[in-house]
Design a protein around this ligand. Structure first.
Ligand SMILES: Nc1ncnc2c1ncn2[C@@H]1O[C@H](COP(=O)(O)OP(=O)(O)OP(=O)(O)O)[C@@H](O)[C@H]1O
Ligand SMILES: [Mg+2]
Length: 523
């Protein structure tokens, strides 16, 4: 077998933690470690005065300058600024969000300096790439990157752009639940009907995945894009801030550093309360007192309290699970194994809720934070041809629709097996009409305001002819990894027509290339 010219890795780009895995020569998966020796790297970037600091070292920034230390960039990736959840996040995040000219969400670092979530994710991916290059002692230029199954086309493109800026070619974007079932070794085990439940730092993903004779078929995917451990931490912090006010007489609501310290301490306590029933939240220096001394905060916390506070969030687990079963036409009794993925599924109340909703004791694996990256590494091996007998069949998380000023017309149905291609024919409405404009949407509703606007396109240079005589065939493709491609041709002659993007979500191609060059030159 010839050796690939450069190396490829599997990457789980997480909201809280990113993980990189490879398949060793003997076929065993290996999680690569950070310079600190950890298997997960915090998805954190601190824009320090000396340049960006990534991963574990960036934790210093949370304490020192929370307004310049970006966490959870994955939740912002490919999101419009006017999205209600982004509006809500903007109110609670310690750093400032801003609207890019095309309506995307960016991060304002200081007056006149903003960065896109793509650039933040690119810095994380570059760090991962360096880890992998240190492991191999060779360049790493390709990757399979995992994404939430419900990511829309703009979010998928944004992930690919982040990878390109980091100098990585995406071999395939793989949905996290599919990766989890693959990483769990489902291809080696018994054929099963799985329900994968992944509750991580920022998002909740559900997928019904059937595995039969090495064929992985994703039947339905749902999720909650704004439900994760970060939200639990936030709820706990709200209670603690109130406690600081009532018990200590300090209002720290607008003290971002104190709130961040509380958030980090609360997160540690949350982890402990998964194993023990009582622990405490401890912050050695919460705020400076007028005397120059600092206020120590030390509060016992019971598991029941944590559960009670998080219950409104934990209840939100139910709807996506029910929706996933409905979409694949299954009763919960027909599920054969419930697979728990993501760090938040270590919380007993989360496990209990999933067991209640699915009516089945879930399968607990020892490495819920790593299994997605292992699946990505196996997919790399599959694409490189070093493992055989595995086939992945995925579905489109959302449908695709077009409109010409009015209602949206569905072109590709939700849950269609990908890749898939459909077309629509548009006729000119006026004599000698030179161009046809149309909009592309992701979603199921005839009402455009309920769908995600992916872009406005124009078919140019139509031949002069009476109204209705020129017929334009627009082809829409959803690729295996859920990215959307468009093409236009004249129906009768079959000749290709020029298709222009007038508006589109995400970064422009030229900007991606410029940022890639910049990052390649940066230390
Ligand atoms: N022992 C534990 N008990 C409770 N929660 C935990 C525990 N360990 C980790 N977590 C939480 O799990 C979350 C991180 O999980 P994970 O690393 O799977 O997320 P991620 O992959 O980065 O996020 P996402 O998949 O949403 O993009 C954090 O909120 C963290 O606090
Ligand atoms: Mg995850």
């Amino acid at each position: 077998m010839t050796r690939p010219a450069s190396r490829a890795v599997g990457i789980d780009l997480g909201t809280s933690n990113s993980v990189v895995a490879v398949i060793d020569k003997d076929g065993a998966p290996r999680i690569l470690t950070t310079p600190e020796g950890a298997t997960t790297m915090p998805s954190l970037v601190w824009f320090s005065p000396d340049g960006p600091v990534v991963g574990e070292l960036a934790r210093g920034g949370l304490d020192y300058s929370p307004d310049l230390t970006i966490f959870g960039a994955k939740r912002l990736l490919g999101r419009r600024f006017d999205h209600p959840e982004i509006r809500r996040l903007a109110r609670v995040l310690p750093f400032e969000l801003t609207e890019a000219p095309n309506g995307d969400t960016w991060i304002q670092l200081s007056a006149g300096r903003s960065v896109s979530p793509e650039e933040v994710c690119a810095l994380i991916l570059r760090e991962i790439r360096r880890m992998a290059e240190a492991h191999f002692g060779e360049p790493v230029t390709k990757a399979v990157i995992t994404i939430p199954a419900w990511y829309d086309a703009a979010q998928r493109q944004a992930t690919k752009d982040a990878a390109q800026i980091a100098g990585l070619t995406v071999m395939r974007l793989l949905s996290e639940p599919t990766a989890a079932s693959l990483g769990h070794g489902a291809h080696r085990g018994a054929d099963r009907r799985y329900l994968v439940c992944d509750l991580g730092g920022g998002t909740f993903d559900v997928a019904a995945v059937d595995v039969e004779a090495g064929i992985f078929e994703v039947l339905a995917t749902t999720g909650d894009a704004f439900l994760g451990g970060d939200d639990v931490d936030r709820v706990v912090v709200d209670h603690l801030v109130r406690d600081v006010r009532s018990a200590r007489g300090f209002d720290i609501t607008s003290d971002t550093i104190a709130v961040e310290r509380l958030r980090l301490a609360a997160q540690t306590t949350k982890h402990e309360l998964s194993d023990v029933s009582v622990s405490k939240v401890y912050v050695p220096e919460l705020v400076q007192l007028p005397s120059g001394k600092s206020l120590e905060y030390d509060k016992p916390l019971h598991r029941e309290e944590l559960e009670q506070w998080s219950m409104p969030l934990i209840r939100r687990i139910e709807a996506p699970i029910k929706e996933a079963l409905k979409r694949c036409g299954r009763k919960r009794e027909q599920i054969e194994e419930v697979l728990l993925v993501g760090g938040m599924t270590r919380m007993p109340a989360v496990r209990k809720e999933i067991a209640r909703v699915t009516g089945r004791e879930p399968h607990v694996i020892p490495n819920p934070e790593e299994v997605v990256a292992v699946g990505a590494a196996l997919e790399v091996a599959r694409l490189e041809g070093t493992i055989e007998g595995v086939l992945l069949i995925d579905v489109a998380a959302r449908g695709l629709a077009v409109s010409m000023g009015g209602d949206c017309e569905q072109v590709i149905a939700q849950s269609s097996v990908v890749p898939t291609r459909e077309h629509r024919v548009f006729a000119t409405k006026q004599d000698d009409q030179l161009r046809i404009e149309f909009d592309v949407w992701e979603g199921e509703s005839p009402d455009p305001t309920h769908n995600r606007h992916l872009g406005r396109y124009a078919v140019l240079d139509l031949p002069p002819a009476p109204a209705g005589d020129v017929l334009v065939l627009v082809e829409m493709t959803i690729d295996t990894d859920g990215t959307v491609r468009l093409g236009a041709s004249e129906l009768v002659s079959g000749e290709r027509l020029q298709l222009d993007q007038i508006f589109h979500a995400g970064l422009a191609r030229a900007d991606v290339q410029r940022l890639q060059r910049q990052l390649a030159e940066a230390p």
